[in-house]
Write a protein that binds this ligand. Sequence first.
Ligand code: 9MR
Length: 562
Amino acid sequence: FAQNSAEPIRLNQIGFYPNAQKIAIVIGEKQTVFELKEASSGKTVLKGKLSEPRTNQHSGKISRIADFSSVRKAGKYFIEVPALGKSAPFEIKEKVYKEVAAASLKGFYYQRVSTDLPEKFAGKWARPAGHPDNKVLIHASAASESRPENAVISSPKGWYDAGDYNKYIVNSGITIGTLLSLYEDYPSFCENFMTNIPESNNGVPDVLDEALWNLRWMLTMQDPADGGVYHKLTNPRFDGMIMPDACKNPRYVVQKGTAATLDFVAVMAQSARILKNFENKFPGLSDSCVTAAVKGWEWAKKNPAVLYNQDEMNKKFDPDVVTGAYGDRDAKDEWIWAAAEMYALTKKPDYLKDINFNADQPMPLPTWSQVKTLGYYTMIRFADELKTDPALTNSLKKNIISFADNLLVDLEKQPYHTVMGKTARDYSWGSSSVAANQGIALLYAFKQTKNPKYVQAAQGNLDYLLGRNATGYCFLTGFGSKRVMHPHHRPSVADGIADPVPGLLSGGPNPAQQDKCTTYTSKFADESFTDDDCSYASNEISINWNAPMVYLSAALEALSEM
Ligand code: 9MR
């Protein structure tokens, strides 16, 4: 299958469930028919008509839709459009996203800090440990009586945030929250969701074992003296494009903040709840999480709006820190999420006392800086068990459903037939996570309504991520026929191996092009992507993008088995 560089036929390059909607996008106006052919024999299985042409709202390009949903027979196929070419090959089968889901979870293993990745688990991407983080300095901004400037603490483990090697509490928060929610929403699926990690045979689902690697780091980020949580553990400046074990720069924890502390509280509360059922495997860990959550909550009560502003910090303290800021202008949403998790953990309505869920306002899509929707998800997940005021529960449910309904408006008219990308705003930094998080919201709407139209739309966004998009790329490394080969990811750049580390979700189109790479070929929102390691604004990877990819692909697998 020689790839036509113009990729005139775009589809999910992995495949489809037998009963799913199956769509390919054919670029151009001229062609009007398509054929579905068996990959091995080239035999035509279906002859179909393309839809009426549609105009792309971002680029003005014309395309048509090939719908081959009627074909349900398992097999390997491709689409051919006479005088235009062939699509990538794809499969129709049950469990078609099993490997995608497992690889995206395994992606977190490759991000592990302070540990060797032996060949047994990491294959050709095996590498020695980097960043032991057992001698981390207290930055001047974080100095306290018991921990003065340059005091040394130990803060090992965790995941590298992204293509860089720092560890950020805020971004860890939404990431773990998303992974643990997958477990709480689809527990029996997670029992058999295996990724070949060192803990795979310990009787605990891999998704929890993996989350624990980062959770144990997070626990070390709390100042035991007062319960506040350091915003991040970081070098002053980004490491070069070198392997983890080659990095020797000093690392610091910087000032405590409300957003970091509340994200920490939320995650500790959720972990405590889950780990209670694994007391025999991890004695005392659940209790430690409760204690950490309560202490963090108390600190936040005393410091309700200490917002991280890196520029201001750098004016007052040395050394200057110029790595990822994850700053915030408002901690209201972190309060909502933390309160919801504390309430679900303790069943004490007191935690909700001063919290306004603002359920009459349109629900925001979760991002690292806007986490209140994670609180909504938890509130509805446990509403019955907690005997929450039905008025509140209903308003949150309604809000999630109307969010999903808004996504569905005009879906039929979209050039790629996805809810992702209706407006240019969807193509923000890390747009792939927008697609994945929209998919998750749609699945919550499905849980409330049992209306399959929401699952179908969520599936459409997975199709987007796996190739049915205006770039023609499958955005998950290691997958698809038009692959991301050069993500902005230090190990993938520095390891001398042609294939990038697999199972990592590229950030995706971002017309702001902050990286100023010269290899972009388009400025249109949905095409503004370059598979170049210079492109940290369109082609980096990040834990908070991988987590919703894990959730979406695994949840679709779970639902397909039900
Ligand atoms: O995902 C973050 C995005 O929303 C911000 O606009 C961007 C600029 O501040 O930073 C992104 O996060 C990066 C972080 O700051 C450092 N590690 C890599 C992250 C992904 O690019």
